[in-house]
Design a protein around this ligand. Structure first.
Ligand code: UD1
Ligand code: CA
Length: 499
């Protein structure tokens, strides 16, 4: 990475205030498809395989250094943002001695493609030019510096919009702000750039006029897709870049085998991995370090953030954050998996279910409006409708553990810390305040423990739960010898309010 002879050095200008954004946040830190603009530009810079890219910041954009970090990035400080030439001049002390080519990029062009930068580098080398610069012909060239050519058609200078007269403003060829320089030449001339008589700023494109005046070669690379080099100066352009990059990412995934029913409504942040034969329905948002396994269907309106979803899963209209989902899992509609959730293979999480920092073991089912927090649930457990782990006592969070094959009746309150053993059962409406040993039955408010009296009260064989999936589960707690348990305990589906 630090081999100065390997490739050109990329210098990324990011010291400008970006006042047109009207933001307290430095412009280049505004995210595009989930990552700061500058991170996209850094990705491109790194494809040059030169020394670590050098990012120019100013005291006003110091936050860039904190948020982007120093891993594989070098920084230079421009004391005051006096213009783009002053920014490059400020960077020169930090340029490693062996560097003979410098590529200057702006931190505000997140749509730039690596191939374009490579082409520019090769063009400068093949022409042995002092400067190669990228130009575009934007439909609306307002805001860009215009390319002024001499009678032989060679680039004579760039005139900034602010300094341009009417005739110059009619020039359609625009400076895209991407340059490849002969480094030795820049070293010898950068200090000679004079400030603009109109604005007092030091313009980097002045180097073009200087090279031309001394008979040096300036070549241009005409980039057909103007959007690629569009600089983001305000929030309208930010939204346009977001749309464009989103379209690009989504298309790449479709070409790689992902089906999208309504691609324009889908948001996939850069960095998300999606296996072939995944189906994304309308309005799906996939963010951060998310991975979706083959043959899974992510249903309309779902949002998945920093999570892994296995193969053959079906997620309907749900929100999944920092969670791990196994294979063949069904989630939703309207489930919320909060950070730290792990769902085992073949498990099911149903309507209005919420899980936080909990493990739901393979084959377990949690249908119908319930909450699991700080809980460890074994395999083939049935969580009845309305079950709640009461994990918070107002001061601290407490764990709940439920063993394999346990059957939690509808509307059970599990007052943590509490353990429910393997094969144990709880009666509908019970409030479990003490541990329930393996195979025991807990019924009533507060729950009392007893042995199941007959087969109908005993644990259900794993596997038969599947047949009941989708039904609210009631263990009839009709223990004649247990007055507390004799209260009518409705199953969730009977629980409609009575007048
Ligand atoms: C610049 C070019 C213009 C070109 C356009 C392409 C100059 C003078 N003009 O204009 O010819 O058409 O880009 O998008 O270069 N920056 C610093 N320090 C400073 C000033 C700016 O680091 O003192 C950085 C900014 O953070 C930004 C980049 O340089 O990343 C470009 O600055 P910006 O103000 O956006 O230049 P433009 O007006 O767009
Ligand atoms: Ca700009």
């Amino acid at each position: 990475m630090n081999d100065a002879t390997a490739g050109p050095l990329a210098v990324i200008l990011a010291a400008g205030l970006g006042t047109r954004m009207r933001s307290r946040r430095p412009k280049v830190l505004h995210p595009v498809c989930g990552r700061p603009m500058l991170a996209h530009v850094l990705d491109v810079a790194r494809t040059l395989r030169g020394p670590d890219p050098l990012v120019v910041v100013s005291p006003a954009t110091e936050r860039v250094r904190q948020e982007i970090g120093a891993d594989g990035v070098a920084y230079a400080l421009q004391a005051e943002p006096l213009g783009t030439a002053d920014a490059l001049r400020s960077a020169m002390d930090a340029v490693p001695p062996g560097v003979d080519e410098i590529i200057v990029l702006s931190g505000d062009v997140p749509l730039l493609r690596p191939a374009t930068v490579r082409e520019l580098v090769l063009l400068r080398r093949s022409e042995d030019a002092t400067i190669a610069l990228a130009v575009t012909h934007p439909a609306d060239p307002r805001g860009y510096g215009r390319v002024v050519r001499d009678l032989d058609g060679r680039v004579a200078r760039i005139i900034e919009e602010k300094d341009a007269d009417e005739a110059t403003r009619r020039i359609g060829e625009a400076n895209a702000g991407l340059y490849a320089f002969n480094a030795a030449w820049v070293r010898s001339r950068i200090a000679d750039v004079a400030p603009s008589p109109t604005t007092g700023e030091y313009y980097l494109p002045e180097l073009v006029a200087m090279a031309h005046a001394e008979g040096g070669t300036v070549v241009t690379l005409d980039v057909a897709d103007e959007r690629e080099l569009a600089g983001i100066n305000d929030r309208v352009q930010l939204a346009e870049a977001e749309g464009e990059l989103r379209r690009r990412i989504v298309e790449e995934h479709m070409r790689a085998g992902v089906t999208m029913l309504d691609p324009r409504s889908v948001t996939v942040e850069s960095g998300v991995e999606i296996a072939p034969d995944v189906v994304l329905e309308a309005g799906v948002i996939l963010q951060g370090r998310t991975r979706i396994g083959a043959d899974s269907v992510i249903g309309a309106g779902s949002r998945v953030v920093d999570s892994v979803v296995g193969e053959r899963c079906r997620v309907w209209s749900s929100v999944i954050e920092s969670s791990e989902i196994g294979d063949d899992v069904r989630i939703g509609p309207w489930a919320h998996l909060r950070p730290g959730t792990r769902v085992g293979d073949g498990a099911e999480v149903g309507n209005f279910a919420e899980i936080k920092a909990s493990t739901l073991g393979p084959g377990s089912k949690q249908h119908h409006f319930s909450y699991l927090g700080d809980a460890t649930i074994g395999t083939h457990v049935n969580i009845g409708a309305g079950t709640v782990t009461c994990n918070y006592d107002g001061r601290r969070k407490h764990p709940t553990r439920i063993g394999d094959g346990a059957f939690i009746g509808s509307d059970t309150m599990l007052v943590a810390p509490v353990d429910v053993g393997a094969g144990a059962r709880t009666g509908a409406g019970s409030v479990v305040t003490r541990d329930v040993p393996d195979g025991m039955l807990a019924v009533g408010v507060p729950a009392r423990l007893r042995r199941p009296r007959d087969a109908s009260e005993r644990e259900i064989e794993p596997g038969t739960i599947a047949a009941e999936a989708g039904e609210a589960s009631a263990v009839m707690a009709g223990a004649a010898d247990d007055p507390a348990a004799q209260r009518p305990v409705p199953a969730a589906e009977d629980a409609a309010p009575r007048a």
